[in-house]
Design a protein around this ligand. Structure first.
Ligand code: NAD
Length: 484
């Protein structure tokens, strides 16, 4: 197998800088080293933040039509590099190339284009008073935005944050996850070619605690933090942001329920459940790993879902037929497997998977796990409560609608849920009753970018998307205009 080698660098003030101790980047499917990245320390973080601060003075005043033009150019260049970026994302994450080609890169383009247009068309409120005075609301960018992304969907996360931050006139310092820095480094090169002025976009690499991530969240010149990652990390970042009262938006962990009622279309239910369970190897915050099936359909669904799961091709992520790729790192694989052991020790039954597949070299060195279905776990068991973040689902029967709602809501997370039913009244009731930021009825992972995205409970703080992003990335002022 021919491996590439990516020498990743920081992007600070319009320059690519390879400075700082190097850390290795490995391909999850074989654990072979495929690159190296520098770790930013206090100096690089400060340089990036200061560059963003200087650039803010100009970028925040750049006419919105001009900002839109540069963002559109950036989006077009991403489109032009679609095949390359899809490949890089697979080297970074180990996700099947088939998933990258099926709509992933177009969504990255959409993240930029949507906000470029949105920012250029939004209005503002004005209230003429009885006494002839006029109050109006002025929106202005907040300042320097720290954007901190996780490893599971790096390009999607980077653009989901950059798009609105830049369109509304902020400057950014983006830190991708240390496990997947390649795509974001390449994105910085594409942004450079698009012609953003120096300092508007900065990308630094490194780890979280005592490294680039923590330094960024503590930096006094950073005004707001958009963070996506684990709930525990969100709590630490909130504390780091407190002394300077930075504005925060957190998209955190999830443990979604996928509730299948007896009246659901069985073929569709199986197809949707395969995606909501195993997209991105189950390393997906929005996944629905808690499958709840109404008892009359339970045996039939189980049989079909089990057969379909067992038929999923696991292995070489660059094979177009592969449906389940590699988990991000050996430590993560071990953590995911520990939940399977825990479930077995607690009396649950593994119906499918539960083990590593037998793959030829070099994939026998990779972090693969067969997609796994666990039955007979109890809703209060840890395997049904904690985020596993791998291709592992539990399946639990239920009788009544209220029971399904109680089980679905009986976790500390509240990011997303899937409801599968042909009964519109029931769909409406569950839409109101489920504690989740996004609820899909008879589908999964489809979303108009105008709607709010985010989580309830321990799944996050705030919402982004459409005018919710406008709220987060802009400061509002009230101007009261006298008629005297
Ligand atoms: P993580 O919290 O370990 O790391 C995320 C990012 O934060 C990385 O860039 C990391 O370097 C940085 N970081 C870690 N500690 C930090 C600190 N103390 N200060 C500043 N930065 C720090 O998360 P992960 O393992 O990369 O990603 C998986 C998690 O992300 C899962 O919990 C998943 O559910 C969540 N996620 C949520 C969403 C969502 O939209 N809600 C989307 C994708 C992923």
């Amino acid at each position: 197998m021919d491996y590439p080698f990516f020498q990743v660098s920081h992007y600070i003030n319009g320059q690519f800088i390879n400075r700082g101790p190097q850390f290795e980047i490995r391909y999850p499917a074989t654990n072979q080293v495929i690159g190296s990245a520098p770790e930013a320390g206090a100096t690089e973080v400060d340089e990036a933040v200061q560059a963003a601060r200087r650039a803010f003075a100009q970028w925040s005043r750049t006419p919105v039509a001009e900002r839109r033009q540069i963002l559109k150019r950036f989006a077009q260049l991403i489109r032009d590099h679609e095949a390359e970026l899809a490949t890089i994302e697979t080297w970074d994450v180990g996700r099947p190339i088939s998933e990258n080609r099926a709509g992933y890169i177009p969504r990255i383009v959409a993240n930029i284009e949507f906000f470029a247009d949105f920012a250029a068309t939004h209005g503002s409120e004005a209230y003429p008073m009885d006494n002839g005075y006029i109050n109006y609301v002025l929106r202005q960018p907040v300042g320097v935005a720290a954007l901190i992304a996780p490893w599971n969907i790096p390009l999607l996360q980077a653009t989901w944050k950059m798009g609105p931050a830049l369109a509304f006139g902020n400057t950014v310092v983006l830190k991708p996850a240390e496990l997947t820095p390649i795509g974001t480094w390449r994105l910085a090169q594409i942004a450079h070619a698009a012609g953003f002025p120096p300092g508007v976009i900065n990308v630094i690499h490194g780890f979280g605690p005592d490294s680039a991530g923590e330094l960024l969240t503590r930096h006094p010149e950073v005004n707001l933090i958009s963070f996506t990652g684990e709930t525990t990390t969100g709590k630490i970042i909130m504390a780091a942001a407190a002394p300077t009262l930075k504005r925060v938006s957190f998209e955190l962990g999830g443990k979604g329920a996928n509730i299948i009622f007896a009246d659901a279309d069985i073929e569709r239910a199986v197809a949707i459940s395969l995606r909501s369970s195993f997209f991105n190897q189950g390393e997906f915050c929005l996944a629905g790993p808690r499958i709840l099936v109404q008892r009359p359909l339970y045996e039939t669904f189980l049989e079909r879902f089990q057969a379909a799961t067992a038929a999923l091709k696991v292995g070489d992520p660059f094979d177009p037929a592969t449906r389940v790729g590699a988990l991000i790192a050996p430590e993560h694989l071990a953590r995911v497997r520990s939940y399977i052991e825990l479930a077995c020790a607690g009396g649950a039954r593994i119906l499918t998977g539960g083990e590593q597949p037998h793959l030829p070299r070099p994939f026998d060195q990779g972090n693969f796990l067969l997609p796994t279905i666990i039955a007979e776990a109890q809703p209060h068991d840890r395997v049904c409560q904690e985020e596993i973040f791998g291709p592992v689902v539990t399946i639990v029967p239920f009788d009544e609608e209220e029971e399904a709602v109680a089980i679905a809501n009986g976790v500390s997370y509240g990011l997303s849920a899937v409801v599968q039913t042909r009964d519109v009244g029931r769909a409406v009731r569950l839409g109101a009753a489920l504690e989740a930021g996004t609820i899909w009825v008879n589908d999964f992972f489809v979303r108009d970018l105008r709607v709010p995205f985010g989580g309830m409970k321990q799944s996050g703080i705030g919402r982004e998307g459409g005018h919710y992003s406008l709220e987060f990335y802009t400061e509002v002022k009230t101007i009261c205009l006298s008629n005297q």
